[in-house]
Design a protein around this ligand. Structure first.
Ligand code: F6P
Length: 330
C-alpha cells in the first residue's frame, strides 16, 4: 500500500500488447469510475509508445460512450521496444509529468505489467493492471478479458468446419492462438467436441493419436476435428497434417488456421461484464492506495494479485479438464 495514492488527481489509462475484445469496455469503466471520483482522466494512445511520444488526450465520460460493444481498442495498442530502455522510460516519465498525470491503469498482458512494475520502481508512479489478453495466461485470475470471446469465435468456426468435415469424411487440423499456453485450444476443443487437442503444456505421443484415429476409423467415424494450439511441441497444424498424411495416405486431411479472427469482433456478454468489473475495481483500488497490482477474478470475486506473482507464477492447465476432454472424445 502506498498512502500517497489517495492524492491522485490525474489518471492515465492505456492498452498495451495484443488487443483483446473487451478492452474498450474496460477503458469505459476506468474513465467513468475515475470521473465519478472527481479525477481528470487521460487516454494514452499506442501503449508505452504513445506515452514516450506524449500522444495523450483528455477523456471525459462521454468520450467513452458507444464503445462497450466494440472489439479492438479505441486507444490503439503497441509493443514498445523503446520502453524497455531506461532512456525510453525517462521520456515517458517526462511526458506524464508534462500533463501532471500521477497514476496509471494499464490494460494488457504480462509484458505490459512488467513495464508497469519497472516504471513504478524507477519513478514511483502508482500503477494498477487490468488483464486484457485472449490467451488467459495470467496467474491470479481465472479469466482474462477477451478469452471468452476468442473461444466463442473459435468454436463458431469449428462448428462450421464440422459440417463440411463430416460431409466429406475429412480430418481437419484447426490451429488456434496460444503461443505459450493452451487455454484457448483446450476450451475450444471441449466446446466443439474435437477428437484431440494439442497444447504447449503437454506434448502428445503421435503414435497414441494415430491409434486413436485408427480406432475411430473402425467405428466408421471417418471424420475428426483436431484442435492445435499454435505453440504446441508437436508442430503447427500444417506440419501435423503432413505427418499424418505420410502415415495414413488414405486420409483426406485439411488445415484451417483461425489466426487473428480470434482477436477481433464484439466482446461476449461475459467479457463486457468482466471488463466493466475489472476497470471499476482497478480505479477503486488505486485510489485506496494499492499499486503494482493486477485485478483478477477468482471464484467470481474480484481480487488483487501482485504484478510479481501475475508475471512470474505459472497458471497451470487443469489436468482433470484435459482428462475429461480425452474421455469425451472417445
Ligand atoms: O494476444 C496473444 C496472442 O494472440 C498469442 O496467442 C499470439 O501468438 C500472439 O498474440 C500474436 O500476436 P501478434 O500477431 O500481435 O504478434
Amino acid at each position: 500500500m502506498d498512502k500517497h495514492n489517495k492524492a491522485i488527481r490525474r489518471l492515465g489509462v492505456f492498452t498495451s500488447g495484443g488487443d483483446a475484445p473487451g478492452m474498450n469496455a474496460a477503458i469505459r469503466a476506468v474513465v467513468r469510475t475515475a470521473v465519478y471520483h472527481g479525477l481528470e482522466v487521460f487516454g494514452i494512445y499506442r501503449g508505452y509508445e504513445g506515452m514516450i511520444e506524449g500522444d495523450i488526450v483528455p477523456l471525459d465520460k462521454r468520450d467513452v460512450a458507444n464503445i462497450i460493444h466494440r472489439g479492438g481498442t479505441i486507444l490503439k495498442t503497441a509493443r514498445s521496444k523503446r520502453f524497455r530502455t531506461s532512456e525510453g522510460r525517462n521520456e515517458a516519465y517526462e511526458a506524464l509529468r508534462a500533463k501532471e498525470i500521477d497514476g496509471l491503469i494499464v490494460i494488457g498482458g504480462d509484458g505490459s505489467f512488467t513495464g508497469g512494475r519497472i516504471f513504478h520502481e524507477e519513478y514511483g508512479v502508482p500503477v494498477m493492471g487490468v488483464p486484457g489478453t485472449i490467451d488467459n495466461d495470467l496467474y491470479g485470475t481465472d479469466y482474462t478479458i477477451g478469452f471468452d470471446t476468442a473461444v466463442n469465435t473459435a468454436i463458431e468456426a469449428l462448428d462450421r468446419i464440422r459440417d463440411t468435415a463430416s460431409s466429406h469424411n475429412r480430418l481437419f487440423f484447426v490451429e488456434v492462438m496460444g503461443r505459450d499456453t493452451g487455454y484457448i485450444a483446450l476450451n475450444t476443443g471441449i466446446g466443439s467436441g474435437a477428437g484431440a487437442i494439442l497444447i504447449p503444456e503437454s506434448s502428445v505421443d503421435l503414435d497414441i493419436l494415430m491409434n486413436h484415429l485408427e480406432k475411430t476409423e473402425k467405428h466408421k467415424k471417418l471424420f475428426s476435428l483436431i484442435v492445435v494450439a499454435e505453440g504446441n511441441e508437436n508442430g503447427n497444424a500444417q506440419q501435423l497434417a503432413d505427418e499424418i498424411k505420410v502415415r495414413f495416405p488414405h486420409y483426406d486431411t485439411k488445415v484451417t488456421i483461425i489466426g487473428h479472427l480470434q482477436r477481433g469482433g464484439a466482446p461476449s456478454a461475459l467479457d463486457r461484464l468482466l471488463a466493466s468489473r475489472m476497470g471499476y475495481t482497478a480505479v477503486e483500488s488505486i485510489l485506496q492506495g494499492h499499486t503494482n497490482m493486477m485485478v483478477g477474478v477468482q471464484d467470481n470475486h474480484m481480487q488483487l494479485v501482485t504484478f510479481e506473482d501475475a508475471i512470474t507464477k505459472h497458471k497451470a492447465i487443469d489436468a482433470d479438464l484435459m482428462r475429461m476432454a480425452d474421455i469425451l472424445s472417445q
